[in-house]
Design a binder for this molecule. Structure first.
Ligand code: MG
Length: 285
């Protein structure tokens, strides 16, 4: 018998990962209304924005304004993305509960996504983890392209595990299938090894549904004991610097599957559908 978790945490990423690629700027008020709808659906953690270059990702130019509007809201944990020291400092200043600090599993992806070498980004994230912990702020070390890199092809498992060992002090480590080309047997193998070598660590899976394998990959990761997964309402979004990376897995699909399997998510499916309708209005307007 495969042992599956009784409950999982779904981290909603649509306000950041879902909207970031839209060329038409979504107003701060509309983003706040989406976050409000998501909050009502029961999310305990939402990735609300990213602290990156306004020039490269203009959709996230209102990161500070958005965080300011949310500063008295303690109903959920606010996660903000950073790629470097500057982003990390802005995120701390803005009052995030969690920093999602993105590094890459390959050298080329690191240069394309964060304009830095892998070595430099590992040094930077280690500093970030130390500083953030001094301030009582949690850090997710989010590793891009853990299975397939659009520039370097298949990524060796040993490479991902080696990077994991260097960011072990993070509160959570996320493995990203950034281009949606991971398949369930390989997901299981890597997730199993991660749990075997780092049994106390909390891991999160971020799967893209580009090739319709995201739900199967979530199942594979759960089979290896993983219990935290990212998704975006309506399947919005992708990565602007990774060719072919579109389609975060849709929250509704994940929640439906898990609840039907008897795995608790703590989310209200009807309210999720309302949030999804609002998200589709935002995207099409
Ligand atoms: Mg994504």
């Amino acid at each position: 018998m495969i042992e599956l978790p009784k409950e999982v945490e779904i981290v909603e990423v649509s306000p950041r990962d879902g909207l970031q690629s839209l060329t038409e700027f979504v107003s701060t008020d509309r983003k706040l209304s989406l976050i409000e709808a998501l909050k009502k659906a029961g999310f305990r953690r939402i990735e609300v924005t990213s602290f990156v270059s306004q020039k490269h990702v203009p959709q996230m130019a209102d990161a500070e304004a958005l965080m300011n509007a949310l500063k008295n809201d303690s109903d959920f944990e606010k996660m903000g993305l950073a790629l470097n020291d500057l982003g990390y400092k802005r995120a701390i200043q803005a009052g995030v509960d969690w920093i999602c600090y993105v590094i890459s599993a390959t050298e080329t992806m690191s240069r394309k996504n964060a304009n830095t070498t892998l070595e430099e980004s590992l040094e930077a994230i280690k500093r970030c983890i130390r500083d953030a912990h001094d301030l009582g702020i949690r850090v997710r070390a989010s590793i891009a392209v853990c299975w397939v890199c659009p520039y370097e092809g298949k990524v060796p498992k040993e490479k991902v595990l080696e990077i994991t060992s260097k960011v072990e002090e993070a509160d959570e480590i996320a493995y990203n299938d950034t281009v949606g080309r991971a398949v369930p047997n390989e997901v299981y193998e890597l997730c199993y090894l991660a749990k075997k070598f780092f049994p106390k660590k909390r891991f999160a899976g971020h799967f893209h549904d580009t090739n319709s394998t995201a739900l199967a990959n979530i199942y594979a990761a759960m089979s290896a004991g993983w219990t935290v997964f990212d998704s975006a309402i309506g399947g919005l979004g992708g990565c602007p610097f990774s060719p072919g990376a579109k389609g975060n897995v849709a929250t509704e699909k994940v929640v439906w599957m898990l609840e039907e399997m008897g795995i608790k998510t703590g989310l209200d499916y009807e309210k999720l559908k309302q949030a999804s309708a609002l998200a589709s209005e935002i995207v099409t307007c």
